[in-house]
Design a binder for this molecule. Structure first.
Ligand SMILES: [Cu+2]
Length: 167
């Protein structure tokens, strides 16, 4: 019975967060982060996974660069595209079963670049208010411990490259 429950949860997690087709977006360039203008967190490469009308959840991925001199932290995210937005971490157990759990923010050391990418940390959109089609834009507001809040736009991408489909 327990195995059954785990399998269902893993499937749900994969549908929302899972595949690795877009791993190239995680390509980090710490050089550009270190040379970013001082002060604040620079957000780049934001995208959201396209979601059909029947889908309840999706995930946003982006890169954060703390260009400031002190530590900062992404504390939370809000959006009008979903009822809630949570910061999650995807994990795999010894059996290779993926699951995810809420994270207590994303720590950003000075000059550090952190990529939220498929298979790892992501911003989970829970309770989508509408379908998100490839090319659509979702607006999100990011709150930080030290830096001022930032409103950004994430463009929706489908899974054009084939691979897993979870309708
Ligand atoms: Cu998630």
């Amino acid at each position: 019975m327990r195995t059954h429950i785990v399998a269902i949860f893993a499937l749900a997690a994969l549908a929302a967060c899972g595949e690795r087709e877009h791993r190239e977006t995680a390509a980090s360039s710490s050089g550009s982060c270190a040379s970013a203008p001082a002060g604040g967190v620079v957000v780049s490469d934001a995208w959201v996974r396209a979601a059909g009308a029947g889908q309840r959840a999706s995930a946003v991925y982006l890169t954060l660069c703390n260009s400031g001199e002190g530590p900062d932290r992404l504390l939370g995210v809000s959006t009008d595209a979903a009822e809630a937005a949570e910061i999650h971490q995807t994990r795999k157990d010894e059996a290779g079963v993926a699951s995810m759990a809420p994270m207590d923010g994303v720590a950003l050391a000075p000059k550090e670049e952190v990529a939220l990418a498929p298979g790892g940390a992501h911003i989970m959109l829970i309770g989508l208010k509408r379908a998100i089609e490839a090319g659509d834009t979702v607006t999100l507001t990011l709150e930080f411990e030290r830096s001022a809040p930032q409103t950004i736009k994430a463009q929706a991408r489908g899974l054009d490259g084939g691979g897993h489909q979870h309708p």
